[in-house]
Design a protein around this ligand. Structure first.
Ligand code: PAF
Length: 286
């Protein structure tokens, strides 16, 4: 499969326009590269539902805080391109920060028009410790939508808050794009796939198993009739490896993002921990 690699907005626009003229449906898979089996599942879904698949590979500077891992975030375009070729991706759009934002591409970019999701959905969970993160995500995703003009866009359920925010943006701003959520892909021992897993030492990798274990424990208890969030919370904490630093473990209504005291079917249980220096997130829907 001949996958076109482009770092140019005008070129990608032209390639997509040609396809649209033929009546072809376009799917976009936005990524930050370092592609793994989780991304592959998004790409496979995109291939299933559309005629022409664009994968964006862009480590977006404006969604990283000043003390976060922008510089060390794994980048491997050769490997990413190979995987995209194997999966039949039509175009990889891999712009430079300058192509996307011009000269001034840091988080404190006062020159840029941002898309800012509402306070109540960004000032919680990951947004509490990652101030400005979801403004950066919403802004870059909006830009990618405007450049690629896809019919579908595939996002992983692992970033549950991101997915909620993107769906809300699409609804609130009347974008004519179908957001396609894709299930979390896990290692055999349950660890959710993430590009950041590459940072883990052997011991940290071992400790990380308890993250999904604690979520599955909650799910099991819920299925046996326990819905009191304080009981579910304490039970999960007892399963979590003591060397992990818990940032949050929260129960939220996944249709309006409000906190719940009593879990019910469809409740989002989301967790973030620091495992050594690496921040890991995971979730289950009850
Ligand atoms: O989930 C990600 O990899 C990123 O947040 C996204 C959606 C590609 C925006 O940079």
């Amino acid at each position: 499969m001949n996958t076109i690699l482009s770092n140019n907005i005008v070129e990608v626009r032209k390639l997509v326009k040609e396809q649209k003229k033929e009546g072809h449906k376009i799917a976009l898979v936005p990524t930050m590269g370092a592609l793994h089996a989780g991304h592959a599942s998004l790409i496979k879904k995109a291939k299933e539902i559309a005629d022409f698949v664009v994968v964006s590979v862009f480590v977006n500077p404006i969604q990283f805080g000043p003390n976060e891992d922008f510089d060390k975030y794994p980048r491997n375009m050769d490997k990413d391109k190979k995987l995209c070729e194997e999966l039949g991706v039509n175009v990889i759009f891999a712009p430079s920060p300058k192509e996307m934002y011009g000269e001034n591409s840091s988080l404190n970019n006062n020159e840029l028009t941002y898309v800012c999701p509402p306070y109540n959905v960004v000032d919680c969970l990951c947004g509490k410790s990652r101030v400005g993160h979801f403004d950066g995500v919403a802004t870059v995703v909006m830009k990618l939508f405007n450049i690629v003009q896809p019919d579908f866009a595939c996002f992983g359920q692992k970033d549950a808050q991101q997915l909620f925010i993107i769906k809300k943006m699409v609804k609130d701003l009347n974008l004519d794009i179908e957001i396609v959520p894709c299930p979390i892909v896990r290692e055999e021992d349950g660890l959710a796939l993430s590009s950041r897993n590459a940072y883990l030492s052997e011991q940290e990798r071992q400790q990380a198993i308890s993250i999904s274990k604690s979520l599955f424990y909650i799910k099991g208890l819920f299925e046996r009739g326990i819905s009191d969030v304080s009981i579910l919370f304490d039970s999960a904490i007892s399963v979590l490896d003591k060397n992990l630093n818990l940032e949050y473990l929260e129960f939220r209504n996944y249709s309006n993002f409000e906190k719940v005291n009593n879990a019910s079917e469809g409740t989002l249980v989301a967790i973030a921990v620091k495992d050594g220096n690496t921040r890991l997130i995971d979730n289950v829907i009850l």
